[in-house]
Design a protein. Structure first.
Length: 287
């Protein structure tokens, strides 16, 4: 299965050798020429086993830079495992995974993964958490020397953290500890955390779980704005998101992939008419 995103023409989706033109769902920036020949995500007959349990079964998938794909399926379908394999957190048992032509483990700075756990420190405020994570991502000797020569490193980190929180609708001056946050606030703070690195590839595992409608819409608005801008490396940003709440994710979806028993089994194409209630075309039998 190949999902392509060209900045000048409608993307094509190839299923069993048949190409289907699909209107883009989101306005996306132009890509730099250096990335046009490299797939953002490429899986070649990837399987992942946990003992005798097969979580992924010969999954083949290719996403061009700028793709925005929502993955759906029942619990245990393999959605979370797929994201972890793409992120480089779990190695495939069989097959090959590449991110922009490289191993996921070699491109950690270009990939951000948000899991069910927020990975935030409950005893710290949102601002303290984000300042800490901003410092971790900016802690190389070269970057520290650069920041020192151009001003106060701490002030820059605080400014960066405050901006990230504000962009997801959280008050940077809120003195409450994260452990006292509502679930919606915790999820938005976690999204701010993963966006700090300005990744080229963003992987979100059930980001809308247990959220109120207002918090979910705030997250979606932030993601739409984020995807509309190129990364600092000049790449069109790519999104791979799992959810059970397809209606919430619709503004983000160029395509929706359905998984079952570790396989990609169907593709639902997004079109501008979807917002008016039209039923999108669907293709079955994807392997």
């Amino acid at each position: 299965m190949t999902i392509g995103k060209d900045p000048t023409v409608a993307p094509t989706i190839e299923l069993g050798g048949a190409a289907v033109a699909k209107p883009g769902a989101l306005p996306r920036p132009r890509m730099s020429s250096a990335t046009e020949t490299s797939a953002a995500v490429k899986l070649q007959r990837v399987s992942r086993l946990y003992g005798s349990f097969v979580a992924l079964r010969e999954v083949s998938l290719q996403l061009a830079p700028g793709s925005s794909v929502v993955i759906v399926g029942e619990n245990g379908a393999g959605k979370s495992t797929l994201l972890k394999v793409v992120a480089g957190l779990h190695a495939p048992t069989y097959g090959e995974v590449t991110i922009f032509g490289e191993s996921p483990r070699d491109l950690r700075g270009s990939v951000a993964y948000m899991s069910h756990a927020t990975m935030l420190y409950d005893e710290l405020t949102g601002m303290e958490n984000l300042t800490y994570f901003a410092g971790l991502q900016n802690s190389s000797p070269q970057s520290m020397r650069s920041n020192h020569s151009s001003g106060s490193r701490k002030a820059r980190l605080r400014d960066r953290a405050a901006q990230a929180l504000s962009e997801v609708g959280l008050d940077p001056t809120n003195p409450r500890r994260v452990g006292e946050y509502s679930q919606g606030m915790r999820q938005r703070a976690s999204l701010a955390r993963v966006l700090l690195s300005e990744p080229d590839l963003l992987l979100l595992d059930e980001p809308f779980s247990n959220l109120d409608v207002g918090s979910a819409h705030s997250m979606i608005a932030r993601l739409v704005a984020y995807l509309a801008q190129p990364s600092p490396r000049g790449l069109a940003r790519t999104l791979l998101l799992t959810t059970h709440q397809t209606e919430l994710a619709r503004p983000l979806a160029q395509s929706t992939l359905t998984m079952n028993a570790g396989r990609l089994v169907s593709l639902q194409q997004t079109s501008p008419l979807e917002a008016d209630g039209d039923t999108p075309a669907q293709r079955e039998g994807v392997r």
